[in-house]
Design a protein around this ligand. Structure first.
Ligand code: FCB
Length: 462
């Protein structure tokens, strides 16, 4: 710590933290992010269709401790409270996702007016609070009726996604400038179709390869439609990015393969470079699904790119492992600092991630997610409920510092979204690993500010 100074709120701030916030600038976007399935609950109301996550998350064995998201954070009924909370912490940007399953009927074409009204109300509340909405159009909750026809692994999804995005553009376009077409394609396609850890729980290399190609086609097509309907909008995508490092220098080939798989697969086709099959030869098998003209249709220039950095991946060679010829060396074996999901905490990876997107030539880079999970505990001290999450404060400070370095080095990084405002349903991990700045008591739905929430408030409101 370099020293400290008093804020308007009368609390003490470390000088190096002040420098980070100061250097990022007054026009830097600070926001919080969440996703429909992780927070909304109300899975079966007002004409909502079942999604692949509704189905997957209640099947035995899929979610830790048998948790489910039937109620989650009850954002469906409590969104006003959460938007007010975000505002009270000083955030000016609010990212949430629209659930495809709420806004259409079973034919996937007719509108479901109650669902549309719900999202309009969320948008009105965000705007009324003086915040800017950032809307994710697909954050993993595919309508089950589409999965029944093959899901992302069937070419039909391209038309379905296009018509859904057009519907959203027509209904919400007047209220939204910032759109994120899909969240983390590399994550939902590999976890959902290759290793089955996420919905829809498929474990098929063929379905995986098909889904890769159809997601790219669907994103580009829907991106064009969105731009046509809302010419003043900014159309983006959000990528998970994990720098891949070798356990030793002799692992450089496996580093290239894993990097192609995690980081390049869904970036380079849009830029017109095709799939990175030179470094990951198994991708040559994609050829059988590519029709003539497809690769041209996939070329699409995003207005901004969302980078979501949580941890790096360290790999070692292992010739008998198919697909990559390598394996990940777990953080626990490397003796490094970890979060509660046993992922390494490695702030320098933030700089590396942003610089990679800068090197690709993207004109605007936004950190659309970053955060850390711990098994936070609610304590009562002198009759006051507290959550002492100093480690989360350090995490944010250290990662923001890397964003600042990237910016000072010339990367066009314009914003940072904390994942997440409140603790929520963390997919297959259930509710144990908490990411919020605000603690959620899932039995009563009470929201209690963590020390990290106070830290953000001190910086953003001072
Ligand atoms: C990201 C997801 C988000 C959340 C965070 C912790 O990969 O986009 O929904 O689960 O991880």
């Amino acid at each position: 710590m370099l020293g400290s100074s008093k804020t308007l709120l009368g609390e003490t701030l470390a000088e190096n933290d002040i420098k980070v916030f100061g250097d990022l600038g007054n026009d830097f976007y600070f926001g919080v992010a969440n996703a429909a399935f992780q927070v909304e609950g109300a899975c079966n109301v007002d004409g909502k269709l079942p999604s692949i996550w509704d189905e997957f998350s209640v099947q035995k064995g899929n979610i830790k401790n048998g948790h489910n998201a039937l109620e989650a954070c009850d954002f469906y009924h409590r969104f006003s409270e959460d938007i007010a909370l975000a505002k009270s912490l000083g955030f000016k940007h609010f990212r949430f996702s629209i659930s495809w399953t709420r806004v259409v009927q079973t034919d996937l074409v007719s509108k479901n007016q109650s669902g549309i009204n719900f999202y309009k109300n969320v948008l009105y509340a965000i705007l009324k609070a003086g915040l800017q909405p950032w809307v994710t159009l697909y954050h993993w909750d595919l309508p089950k009726v589409i999965e029944d026809e093959g899901g992302w692994a069937s070419r039909r999804v391209v038309q379905y996604f296009d018509s859904y995005v057009k519907l959203c553009a027509n209904e919400f376009g007047g209220l939204v400038e910032r759109w994120i077409l899909v969240n983390e394609p590399a994550a939902f396609v590999s976890l959902g179709y290759l290793n089955g850890y996420h919905a829809p729980g498929r474990k098929s290399p063929f379905a995986f390869l098909r889904a890769v190609h159809y997601v790219c086609l669907a994103v580009a097509q829907a991106g064009r439609s969105l731009r046509e309907i809302c010419p003043n909008s900014k159309v983006g995508i959000a990528y998970n990015y994990s720098p891949v490092h070798g356990n030793s220098t002799k692992d450089h080939l496996v580093v290239k393969r894993v990097d192609a798989f995690i980081n390049r697969l869904f970036v380079e086709p849009f830029l017109g470079f095709g799939y990175p099959s030179g470094d990951l030869p198994v991708l040559k098998r994609l050829d059988r699904y590519i029709d003539s003209g497809d690769m041209d249709k996939i070329k699409f220039s995003f207005d901004f790119v969302g980078v979501q950095y949580y941890f790096r991946v360290v790999v070692g060679s292992s010739p008998w492992i198919p697909f990559f010829g390598g394996r990940e060396i777990p953080a626990a074996k490397r003796g490094v600092t970890m979060n509660s999901m046993k992922r390494e905490i490695y702030p320098e990876g933030m700089l590396e991630s942003i610089e990679r997107f800068h090197a690709y030539g993207f004109k605007e880079i936004v950190v659309t997610e970053n955060g850390v999970c711990y098994n936070d505990v609610l304590k009562v001290i002198n009759d006051v409920e507290v959550i002492e999450d100093q480690k989360r404060i350090e995490f944010y400070r250290d990662h923001l510092e890397q964003v600042m370095i990237a910016k000072n080095n010339g990367a066009p990084v314009t914003g940072f979204f904390a994942w997440s405002l409140t603790d929520n349903f963390e997919w297959a991990e259930g509710y144990v690993d908490r990411f919020g700045l605000v603690y959620l008591d899932f039995t009563t739905q009470r929201r209690i500010l963590k020390d990290s929430g106070r830290w953000w408030k001190r910086h953003l409101c001072s």
